[in-house]
Design a protein around this ligand. Structure first.
Ligand SMILES: Nc1nc2c(ncn2[C@@H]2O[C@H](COP(=O)(O)OP(=O)(O)OP(=O)(O)O)[C@@H](O)[C@H]2O)c(=O)[nH]1
Ligand SMILES: [Mg+2]
Length: 206
């Protein structure tokens, strides 16, 4: 009996790393989103990943992870984006959420003052877990009233972190913010001198 020849070219080339559900290899960078419920975290991720915005959607239950391959300066970077529910009951994040995160996007809703007032609590909890990772603050839903972009939000300057006005609804600055997060994540990973980060790098290279 003659043996069937193995199909050629059906291995790596046939797999799209972005959509391959069996790709369990670790990502190059992990980005986490934080902020109160309904500030628009999930919509921002959706806008970034699919350039799609569907206004009706339920609150994130607990955790959703997205993976995306990005081209940064000609280099292919595998990015994991972790999106959590901002409800009160989940307010204290599980440590796994912060574990080995390389950058954080902290969000508030320009139409709800309370979401701005809660930033300090989110930020402090994140810093307890991740002392040195880069963090970007975003003010979402500016499409509701663009006049808001004239306002001065002091939280970012008080923490010395970058700040962007964004809209998941019309796409303003969304790609820019995620790319900035990934770039700063890569930079942190390569140059931070953070003890835990360095230890993880050694383990990864072993
Ligand atoms: N006008 C406007 N509405 C937005 C924008 N982003 C999100 N929304 C709306 O705000 C609501 C909440 O958005 P989500 O993305 O589900 O909020 P979330 O932060 O993921 O909420 P949790 O999963 O509960 O933590 C939805 O009804 C969205 O349609 C935006 O940029 N502009
Ligand atoms: Mg959500």
């Amino acid at each position: 009996m003659s043996k069937e020849p193995e199909p050629e070219g059906k291995t790596d080339e046939s797999k799209d790393p972005e959509t391959d559900p069996n790709d369990l290899s670790p990502a190059d960078v992990k980005i986490i989103l934080l902020g109160d419920s309904a500030v628009g975290k999930t919509k921002l991720v959706e806008r970034f990943l699919m350039d799609e915005y569907n206004p009706q959607q339920l609150s994130t239950y607990a955790l959703t992870m997205f993976r995306k391959n990005l081209d940064i300066d000609g280099k292919n970077v595998k990015v994991d984006i972790w999106d959590t529910a901002g409800q009160e009951r989940f307010n204290k994040m599980h440590p796994a959420y912060y574990h080995r995160a390389h950058a954080c996007i902290l969000c508030f809703d320009v139409t709800r003052k309370a979401t701005y007032q809660h930033l300090g609590a989110w930020y402090d909890e994140m810093r307890d877990a991740c002392e040195n990772i880069p963090c970007i603050l975003v003010a979402n839903k500016i499409d509701i009233d663009y006049q808001v972009t004239k306002k001065n939000f002091k939280f970012a300057s008080s923490k010395n972190i970058p700040f962007y006005f964004v809209s998941a609804a019309d796409g303003t600055n969304v790609v820019k913010v995620f790319r900035a997060a990934v770039e700063s994540a890569l930079d942190y990973k390569d140059n931070s001198g953070d003890f835990m980060n360095e230890a993880y790098k050694l383990l990864d290279d072993a």
